[in-house]
Write a protein that binds this ligand. Structure first.
Ligand code: ADP
Ligand code: MG
Length: 687
């Protein structure tokens, strides 16, 4: 390879690891360490030890039995050891010439022939032994450890590691927290007397410092974005006696639950302020979030403004649309106002009509998919945006919403709804800038769903159950994980299941819904199911979000072991919405090993143990870590690398408390701190 290309290879690999700045290199911490500070005498060695020895080569030959290998014998004065190399270069053979004194490192195996090492690392025994443990860094192909070690070392030397913690601030945490420079130097090259356990579980004071730094950076950036947003303005929306809000309440066919009333009041008091609302409404599946959103919309409309409601899929948007039309249109019509519908798949003529309604302000409420915030949609007087299943909406969409306001520095009030509750620790750290309202109560009259775990081999029994349910006039969902047998995964395909069920259930209408169907077809299928004509709906996970058919009493989930926990929970929430006794059957098929994997088992067990969405979310966090909860923020969001939200709660509390004070009293330090830790990435947290 030409020298120039060789020089850029590792550079490229560094970039791939995101190690661009000196500080990035300094913060690239070892995976583990090797102890090269000591030399073990073969006499004292134990079987299985990874040891460093110093020994002289007494024999070196290529042998061909049992297979070609370089066999080297060394002697350290206390015993001998055989080294075996199954692949080797002539240059290595030369470096292992008889008489050479080597420093060797590898795993010692005892045996019939005495000590052996297979492919040990070796170099000539020269110079002093190192005094610190040798770091082993996470790396990628094309980036040798030795190169990376040098790069990190010079990164540590060059980076500005001056303290950014405000003076006096670490007092509370002493003696937990070391200065940053010392902490980093130590973690890259710990002294051999350190307890490796404290490095592994990250309880060592040097680790505490890094975690404190990281959490502080994260809290600072959250606080900053909150402040930026607080500087924005929204129209203040107040309710009026006898207004639309009251009328809607009176018209509803049910009483609100206590929890719905409480969150409704929280939202109403946010809307009455000029500071943009930025609130997450979380509530388990079926807890009744839609009506709370409708009541918020009523407040906005009553104040003479427009409200936009967005859902991640067209089917879900349509469900909302029907519901909202049913509730609101009779009240809006006398005022000459309407509910508009906007989606990507709409016919041009209808779309043009709807856009005109939105632009003139005649559409007081606009329901739809992402199409609602596309560029050419002009609102006359938008004031409230409701976003269902917010984790599917990204930063870009939020910024687009801001563009819909007529005045600079304005933002619509935002209400995000989610059935996946954010665990408290995550809410406190990643969503520090978000207010949270929780519906912690289901409407009355729901029957608990019985959950059953059944092996795929007992499919016939499941079909019998379906038959019985349908015979009683009930409806059934059957969910499959993928729609085609491609992707090298041997998943039962929804199409085949649909065919098999149709055959097994003569006289029952069995429908099929999958994500690659044309929208019109999807709608037609949904309408038959919602209308009750269709007894069984086979679908891929498109029904995951928000379908509401109270007559459905059985949910069968095929290959349940392949679904995520919150997905399973959401799917189960599709039944048990009416008064009928309902069940959820989790069908699993053991893989080739004959067993269901460990995490899959943990998920299925959680489903059997509890129906409480919060408990589910807590276990989910345990099983898969915080990454996936963050949804769209995940991409680009600097997830915590060092701190752990589960165990580092004391440090998290400390950082939360300090961040606002630091912004007020030491803005320059705060700026340096976030720049050091988040670099360009902090923008992702700001929207
Ligand atoms: P989710 O929170 O999962 O979005 P929905 O808003 O779809 O739940 O509500 C689930 C069902 O419960 C809907 O049919 C809705 O009309 C009904 N519902 C909502 N609130 C109440 C209530 N207080 N009493 C009875 N039924 C309610
Ligand atoms: Mg919903």
């Amino acid at each position: 390879m030409p020298a120039a290309a060789a020089a850029t290879g590792p550079q490229k690999a560094l970039a791939k690891l995101g190690l661009a700045r000196d500080i990035d290199l300094a913060l690239h911490l070892p995976l583990r360490y090797e102890d090269e500070t000591r030399v073990t005498q073969l006499r004292d060695a134990r079987e299985g030890d990874t040891a460093q020895i110093e020994a002289v080569v007494t024999a070196c030959e290529v042998v061909y039995r049992p297979r070609r290998q370089l066999m080297v014998t060394v002697d350290d004065g206390t015993d001998t050891c055989v080294l075996r190399f199954f692949s080797f270069y002539p240059s290595q053979q030369k470096a292992l010439a008889v008489g050479t004194k080597l420093r060797l490192r590898g795993e010692l195996k005892g045996g019939f022939l005495g000590w052996q090492m297979v492919h040990p690392s070796f170099k000539p025994a020269a110079g002093d032994l190192p005094t610190a443990l040798t770091p082993v860094y996470p790396t990628v192909a094309g980036l040798p450890q030795a190169y990376l070690r040098k790069a990190v070392q010079s990164g540590v030397a060059r980076a500005d590691l001056s303290d950014t913690f405000p003076p006096g601030i670490t007092e509370a945490l002493k003696p937990l927290v070391w200065p940053l420079r010392e902490a980093l130097q130590f973690l890259h090259h710990p002294t051999p007397d350190v307890s490796l356990a404290t490095l592994e579980d990250r309880s060592h004071p040097a680790w505490q410092r890094l975690k404190a730094e990281e959490l502080l950076a994260q809290q600072l950036s959250q606080q900053e974005s909150k402040r930026e947003r607080d500087a924005l303005r929204s129209p203040a929306l107040t309710t009026r006696a006898g207004g639309l809000h009251e009328q809607l309440l009176a018209a509803l066919p049910f009483q609100l639950t206590r929890a719905q009333r409480r969150v409704g009041e929280e939202i109403a008091s946010d809307l009455a302020r000029e500071v943009p609302m930025h609130r997450l409404l979380q509530g388990d599946v079926g807890s009744g979030k839609t009506v709370v959103a409708a009541l918020a919309a009523a407040i906005a409309i009553d104040a003479g403004r427009q409200c936009a409601l967005m859902a991640p899929t067209e089917i879900l948007a349509e469900q909302h649309f029907r519901k909202l039309i049913g509730w609101l249109e009779p009240l809006l019509a006398p005022q000459g106002l309407r509910v508009a519908w906007l989606t990507g798949s709409q016919r041009k003529k209808e779309r043009t009509e709807m856009l005109a309604l939105v632009a003139s302000g005649e559409a007081a409420l606009v329901v739809g998919t992402h199409a609602v915030i596309q560029e050419h949609v002009q609102f006359q007087k938008l004031a409230l945006a409701v976003i269902d299943e917010q984790h599917r909406f990204g930063v870009a969409q939020r910024l687009a919403l801001r563009q819909k306001m007529h005045e600079e520095g304005q933002e619509p009030h935002m209400l995000m709804m989610s059935a996946t509750p954010i665990p408290r620790t995550l809410a406190m750290s990643y969503y520090a800038d978000l207010d949270v309202s929780t519906i912690d109560e289901l409407p009355p009259g729901r029957t608990p769903v019985v959950t059953k775990l059944i092996a795929d081999s007992r499919r016939d029994e499941v079909v019998e159950r379906i038959r019985a349910q349908v015979a009683q006039g009930r409806q059934v969902y059957w969910v499959c994980p993928l729609i085609e047998e491609s992707e090298a995964l041997d998943l039962t395909n929804a199409t085949a299941t649909h065919a098999a069920l149709s055959e097994a259930l003569p006289g029952v209408m069995v429908g099929l819904l999958h994500s690659r169907m044309p929208v019109a077809e999807k709608k037609a299928v949904m309408q038959l199911f919602v209308g009750g004509q269709m007894g069984v709906l086979v679908s891929t996970t498109v029904i995951e979000v928000g379908v509401d058919v109270p007559n459905a009493s059985l949910m069968v989930i095929e290959h349940a072991e392949r679904f995520g926990l919150s997905q399973l929970h959401q799917l189960r929430g599709r039944v048990g919405r009416g008064a009928a006794a309902s069940a959820c059957i989790l069908m699993y098929s053991p893989g080739e090993s004959g067993k269901v994997g460990e995490t899959a088992r943990a998920r299925l067990k959680a489903m059997m143990d509890t129906a409480d969405g919060f408990e589910i979310a807590r276990r989910d966090l345990e099983i898969r870590g915080p990454g996936e909860f963050l949804g769209s923020r995940q991409s680009g969001a600097p997830l915590l690398r060092f701190a752990d939200l589960q165990t580092d709660t004391a440090l998290l509390d400390w950082a939360r408390e300090l961040a606002p004070r630091m912004l007020d009293e030491h803005p320059e330090l705060a700026r340096r701190h976030t720049a050091r830790w988040l670099g360009g990435k902090s923008e992702f947290l700001k929207a």
